[in-house]
Design a protein around this ligand. Sequence first.
Ligand code: NIG
Ligand code: FE
Length: 411
Amino acid sequence: MATLLIKNIKTLVLASDEANSLICGAEMNQIPCINDAYVLVEDDKIKDWGKMEEVPQAAEETIDATGRLVLPTWCDSHTHLVFAASRESEFEDRIRGLSYQEIAAKGGGILNSAKRLQNTSFDNLLAQAKIRLDEVIRMGTGAIEIKSGYGLTVEAELKMLRVIKALKASSPIPIKASFLGAHAFPMEYKSNPDAYVDLIINEMLPQIAEENLADYVDAFCEKGFFSVEQTARILKAAAKFGLQPKIHTNQFNCMGGIQMAVEHGAISVDHLEVLNEEEIACLLDSNTIPTLLPSAPFFLNDHYPPARKMIDAGLGVALATDFNPGSTPSGRMALVLSLACIKMRMLPKEAICAATLNAAFALELAEQLGSISRGKLANLIITKPVPSLAYLPYAFGSDWIEQVILSGVRY
Ligand code: NIG
Ligand code: FE
């Protein structure tokens, strides 16, 4: 039995043994924070926490966190971390004036990534993904979701999901896999897109289920990509294999994707750069978690989701990176928090709540992660000496993480 005591913590963030439901609306700004606190870790779990006046006598190892904050690690509930190559030439195209959709229509974008991934070996993809995973863990991510969707053939989608499965086996943090075969229509299906939907349903899904390669199903429900009807067909077929949806919708257009996803019991709907009143009402009436990815509109120079309006209406939102080579070449959750505050008027505590506990719910990992609670996994961020909690999203260019603890062990 190994014990680790972190003492003299300036502020212990999100310490609660009752963190067992999504935090919504005004409560997001009331997350429990304790000054002058300790956390006791036993093996891989949080054993105890409290005020310094009740600190336990001794532990095998002690960290003095004077002047530092301790918070739960980030849960990054939406990434495309497995990919074959970066796409900075499209970055230049956009600077010159082309839009993300125009680049995609020319066969760039997702199709460009798919061509590259199809021609890249399993070993090469795995090696690249391990480097990215290591990078995001150092930036405080303690659980992550990774999507397929750069394969777009039966063989390449399976290869990508097998890479995620191999990552899961060696990863020090929990990983969830989402099958995103419906990410874009391959060129050869442009004149008959429904035939690609058939391929997803009849060929891809059964093999993925057989090899147990996915935890969720995803689709890019958007104009020029998958229609609401096509997405609904895929979600219906996936449900037969026990895969619940987490879907991309409302990135550029409101077209009924949210209502359809809610009807299919989606765990989350992600992006929501455009969102109308009817959709907010629909989400309020559901268990589906709206997940906002502000690094994507930052990178695409697009507009941001109406987070302030959503939280004021009573919704509980999650935040994630969307790490991918096309719209968000960044897995940095700290930047997501800063953008949430600066561009979406979320308060610092709301942003931390959205990136930890609420995001853990969006990955169905909240029983193990997302807060400082007795019995949860000891995945913790220890900051450098900082003046306050609000300093974290404020100091958007600073590297304020001093140490990351995973399952009770320093990373
Ligand atoms: O979430 N919008 C769809 N998929 C990704 C981008 C994929 C790409 O451009 O490679 C996203 O932004
Ligand atoms: Fe995405």
